[in-house]
Design a protein around this ligand. Structure first.
Ligand SMILES: Cc1cc2nc3c(=O)[nH]c(=O)nc-3n(C[C@H](O)[C@H](O)[C@H](O)COP(=O)(O)OP(=O)(O)OC[C@H]3O[C@@H](n4cnc5c(N)ncnc54)[C@H](O)[C@@H]3O)c2cc1C
Length: 494
């Protein structure tokens, strides 16, 4: 049974050419840029804005955009500043930045809340999550928002019913599949190009008090993948399916910080030149039983009985629903304590068609020194029919309807990997994604290096994406940090 809820998101925007913002914006109060407005989680791109807006309501954003729109149409004040919404700035390559423009810090909106905590007060929760919770709804639905629930419920963008959007000319529009539907589909997966989302009504479900969280280990990639596909064919029993590679002796402890069971698995990783890699599936079953009955045990037994993991290497724990969803926070705390959070993150996220996963995994392994790898490589399947092809997100077309997420998530410890090393990793990722792209894979969350690359990325949906831009932001004011559309005036900033 689904219910609806209205959830707040975060907003951001910035101004450039203005000597004294107050002269131009009258009642819109802009602030001096702060270091964080030119920084993000990736920490490889830094472009300072000229100003930031800390909106107290969507009306503040509307006023900023309307003022910019009317001032540039009179052209008395010169070209229009670019504007980037910034949620929590967990982008990887400057996507929420606006060089010389205005950054709108959406987190200053009074409605910006912890979605999970607010929902749990009523016993409800969204259906589709990201692994990490400390992001904004506006930021994640501008990409897609995926996690282990997406095989069952689709990405977050498949669970948005009604966003409220401030458009480039300062209108506040509430849209849905039947109301201003062109704007609705444009902003979902729209990379911040078509408007600033200030609110969204999303699907909710009853939240279980507890979940059973299961991990099972594999020494064969093929068996690991076919068991994952078996699990995603069991949506009635299973609520979440992910998996990761076990590359070295650090992989298990570092990925098990939030998993409250001792994992007694010390495999042989082979020797140089003959390295062995292992794999771990994790799945989750919701537990609504308050009476101590063992129906969840029964489901786990039934499901795991179908799997071909290494016998003796299945581990099952019971945790609260909140702790499960908040699991990456504990990993964050551990990385922070080791000085590895506020460092560069050269990440690679790819959607790979099912038929190409073994080849992709082998190509990835050629670029990763398994013995030294510090980070995580997530691998899990998604079902393409859970994605709505009308949104702006890029969906693979695969004959079997299955695509895999490969996420190479590493922190570059500056004492071991400085600027040049990070550049080399990013260069390697570009080569991997170019090669995989030729076989039908697509990058997720990446800033493409040129408009030509963006055209390739969108493929047959490029014309639609470009037409949406012409309709909703013809002057190319919004989302400059994605580097998709060059400015149509000479407003490229300082
Ligand atoms: C530790 C970590 C874990 C992650 N895990 C996952 C995961 O499991 N699944 C997943 O899908 N992603 C994941 N991500 C990626 C994350 O979803 C994106 O980086 C997302 O953009 C972050 O949200 P944000 O609020 O920080 O966005 P920002 O970085 O602030 O912005 C991202 C983009 O969206 C635009 N934008 C931001 N807010 C709005 C708005 N209100 N309206 C319109 N456009 C807007 C920005 O201009 C920018 O282009 C993870 C990232 C990190 C750092």
């Amino acid at each position: 049974m689904h219910a609806f809820a209205v959830l707040a998101t975060l907003l951001c925007s910035a101004v450039t050419f203005i000597q004294s913002p107050a002269d131009v914006f009258g009642p819109v109060r802009l602030h001096e840029p702060t270091p964080s407005s030119a920084r993000d989680f990736g920490a490889v791109v830094s472009h300072a804005p000229s100003a930031i807006l800390r909106p107290e309501s969507p009306a503040d954003i509307a006023l900023l955009l309307a003022t910019l729109s009317s001032s540039s149409s009179s052209s008395a004040t010169g070209p229009r500043a670019s504007v980037a919404a910034r949620g929590t700035g967990h982008s990887l390559q400057g996507q929420a930045q606006a060089r010389g423009g205005i950054v709108v810090e959406t987190r200053s909106l009074p409605r910006a809340v912890s979605v999970l905590e607010e929902c749990l007060k009523t016993g409800l929760a969204p259906l589709s999550w990201t692994d990490y919770l400390y992001l904004t709804v506006g930021g994640t639905v501008s990409n897609a928002g995926i996690s282990g629930q997406a095989f069952k419920h689709g990405p977050q963008i498949s669970n948005v019913l009604q966003p409220e959007v401030v458009t480039e000319n300062g209108e506040v529009v509430t849209c849905s599949p039947t109301r201003s539907s062109d704007l609705f589909f444009a902003v979902l997966g729209g990379l911040g190009q078509f408007g600033i989302i200030t609110r969204a009504r999303i699907l909710l479900q009853h939240a279980p008090p507890k979940v059973r969280w299961v991990r099972a280990f594999y020494d064969s990639f093929d068996t690991f993948a076919s068991d994952q596909e078996l699990l995603v064919s069991m949506p009635e029993q299973v609520d979440y399916v992910e998996g990761f590679m076990v590359l070295n002796e650090h992989s298990i402890p570092s990925s098990s910080i939030a998993f409250p069971a001792h994992i007694n698995f010390s495999p042989d990783f082979g020797s140089k030149g003959n390295k062995k890699v292992y794999y771990c599936i994790e799945f989750k079953v919701h537990d609504f039983q308050q009476d101590g009955s063992n129906s969840v045990d029964h489901v786990v037994e039934l499901v795991s009985g179908e799997l071909s993991y290494m016998r003796a290497h299945m581990y099952s724990v019971e945790v609260s629903y909140f702790d499960f969803l908040n699991r990456v926070r504990m990993e964050e705390e551990s990385l922070r304590s080791r000085g590895l959070w506020d460092v560069p993150h050269p990440w690679l996220n790819m959607f790979v068609p099912k038929h190409g996963i073994t080849q992709f995994k082998d190509m990835l392994m050629d670029t990763v020194t398994a013995g030294d790898f510090d980070g995580a490589i997530l691998v899990y399947p998604l079902l393409t029919d859970k994605w709505d092809g009308n949104t702006s997100a890029v969906v693979l077309s695969t004959p079997d309807g299955v695509m895999y997420v490969f996420s190479v998530l590493r922190s570059a410890d500056p004492s071991r990997c400085g600027g040049r090393c990070v550049e080399e990793i990013l260069e390697q990722h570009r080569r991997v994604s170019d090669e995989a792209g030729r076989a039908g894979a697509k990058q997720y969350l990446a800033r493409q290096p040129s408009q030509e690359h963006w055209r390739d990325h969108f493929g047959s949906s490029w014309d639609r994406f470009a037409a949406r831009k012409a309709q909703f932001d013809p002057m190319h004011v919004l989302g400059p940090g994605q580097g998709i559309f060059p400015r149509t005036d000479s407003a490229s900033s300082t």
